[in-house]
Design a protein around this ligand. Sequence first.
Ligand SMILES: [Zn+2]
Length: 144
Amino acid sequence: MTIRITTVPRAIKEFGPPDKWPEYEVYVGRACPRRGLKASPLANPYAAESLPGDRGDDARRRAVRLYRDRLQRLLDVREVRPDRFPEAHDAISMQAVIASLRLLGSRHGRLVLVCWCFHENEDGTWQGKRPCHAEVIREVLGAK
Ligand SMILES: [Zn+2]
């Protein structure tokens, strides 16, 4: 299975509004009602803007690091006991979401994770990318 990361504008350009996207185009960001996007269970709960210190890509890197730690922690839970692990519900949900993405990916032979974090020029060429939690998701999915 191949896993690519793309942007919301590019997916909209290719397929139209989100409800027209193929099943393997999976939005992984926060809610964006203006574009008809619901919050993904894979969205990063750590917003770069809300972290102390520098704005820009440093803050984004920190937000991605926090995301990676949390995702790994939730996926590492083997014995889900709410009395011992306050994030038990999150762990069950996250493991189910990742498992369903794996199924989806193997059914289509590919997955496209859709976020906002790539800069795109007017002509559609890449200008570069910013640190993005979708890369963590791609790593986790590719890890098995
Ligand atoms: Zn992103």
